[in-house]
Ligand binder design. Structure first.
Ligand code: TRP
Ligand code: SF4
Length: 423
């Protein structure tokens, strides 16, 4: 029962994030916080360890100092957006404010095969996700939002990517069986295409892209990062004073490239060693690849947030309405759910005054730290009052109820005033 299972279709058991990072090869985000070298302050979810891991985020930090980069993520519009989705939405918006162009996929193709919902229904629900993003602060003028089913760039790219994937690989990554429908296998390529499409020529060509997701989505990222490399012509490897460039699609591309080089280089049958600044060389070769019709994808970066605990303890699940709060919920009902939520409190008031509460086990404290309290000092005060027994759960929940009601009222008013552009 306690065995940890983390796949895109199933999450269960007790999650050990250190073990997860080791198994998947995810890097700890805490290392980055120690060497944070950009002017923008890390997001509250980063500061609080809720975003616990990443892949290649260094590339995004570097891109933040330049200009041309993007943030990309997606949502399966199979139920109303809830606080779990809000976390990803906030991450997208934070990255947009940090300078990235935002790309947002509504995964209606995935929801159609995995959940069996009709296209019309998916469109209606999907629009609520788009409105939510805007109400939470997404700048529509620096965002591209789309439904998978109506984006032919994504669908065409998905088809091309699927040519690089074979059955044994799918089986190993996703645990598919001989009963798995072809469409369910194909949507893995669609998701890879979601992630890579910001780098298509029509979207401005190769660029760093960060994908904020829950850790369950990492298999998609591993596959996508692999595909990004496999489908592109040139591969890079650092050498002394420069870069070794190989071609994955035959040496004729090396011979074409060497004619255009304006760097010092040495040519071999199977590779070219090019000397100079690594960044400049890679950029030059990527531009060349795009010119001759290749993809030249840069491996996408990612961040991973923890799974949020349901209000009833255990997993937050759309099949258990008491376990989550939808963004469209009546604020009074939301408040009632918070009142009933599992806390880190003790058996009696007396005991709690003596021993203090356990905020790290408390779903209400989680609400504060992810959604309701932006200010670190305020949160820390609350945590201290909890652990030294000064604050009892009743009062603490009152504050949470008040904050969540205010948030939902304001949010819902904003949503109602939004007129969506046609997409
Ligand atoms: N599969 C994701 C989910 O279940 C949704 C999704 C679709 C996605 N395309 C994406 C996430 C691209 C990140 C990037 O929630
Ligand atoms: Fe949670 Fe607040 Fe109770 Fe502490 S006092 S356990 S933070 S509800």
């Amino acid at each position: 029962m306690n065995d940890m299972v983390v796949t895109p279709w199933e999450v269960g058991g007790i999650i050990d994030y250190n073990k997860l990072m080791k198994e998947f090869g995810i890097q700890p985000f805490s290392d980055l916080l120690r060497n944070w070298n950009v002017d923008i302050e890390p997001m509250h979810l980063m500061r609080r360890g809720i975003i616990f891991g990443h892949r290649d985020y260094e590339r995004i930090l570097e891109a933040m100092r330049g200009k041309n980069w993007a943030v990309m993520s997606g949502f399966m519009p199979s139920g109303l957006p809830h606080l779990g989705h809000k976390m990803t939405m906030d991450e997208i918006i934070w990255h947009q404010k940090a300078g990235g162009f935002a790309h947002i996929a509504l995964a209606d193709m995935e929801a159609h095969v995995v959940r069996g919902l009709s296209w019309d229904k998916l469109r209606d629900i999907g629009e609520l996700y788009l409105k939510s993003l805007i109400a939470l602060g997404l700048d529509e003028n620096r965002a591209f939002m789309y439904f998978q089913s109506s984006n032919s760039h994504v669908k065409d790219l998905a088809f091309e990517l699927s040519a690089e994937v074979n059955w044994s690989e799918l089986k190993a990554i996703y645990g598919f069986t001989s009963e798995t429908p072809l469409a369910k296998m194909f949507v893995t390529s669609v998701q890879a295409a979601d992630i890579l499409h910001p780098q298509l020529k029509n979207f401005g060509g190769p660029k760093p892209v960060v994908v904020p997701v829950g850790a369950d989505q990492d298999p998609h990222l591993r596959l996508t990062r692999d595909l990004a490399a496999r489908i592109s012509i040139f591969a890079f490897e650092g050498i002394d004073r420069g870069v070794r460039v190989r071609s994955r699609k035959g040496s004729k591309y090396l011979r074409m490239l060497e004619k255009e080089l304006c760097f010092e280089y040495r040519s071999y049958a199977e590779h070219i060693d090019i000397f100079g600044e690594r960044k400049d060389i890679e950029e030059f070769v990527r531009n060349f690849e795009v010119d001759i019709g290749g993809f030249a994808f840069i491996s996408p970066s990612s961040t991973y947030h923890k799974f949020i605990t349901g209000l009833t303890g255990g997993k937050m699940s759309s099949s258990k309405p008491e376990s989550y709060i939808s963004l469209f919920e009546d604020p009074n009902i939301a408040s009632k759910k918070v009142k009933k939520a599992i806390t880190g409190g003790r058996g009696s008031a007396e005991e709690q005054r003596k021993l203090g509460g356990e905020p790290e086990k408390c779903s209400v404290f989680e609400l504060f730290s992810i959604h309701l309290i932006e200010d670190d000092k305020e949160l820390e005060e609350l945590r201290k009052k909890c652990i030294n027994g000064e604050q009892l759960c009743g009062n603490c929940k009152k504050l949470a109820c008040q904050l969540i009601e205010e948030f939902l009222k304001e949010f819902q008013e904003k949503v109602n005033s939004i007129e969506l552009r046609k997409i």
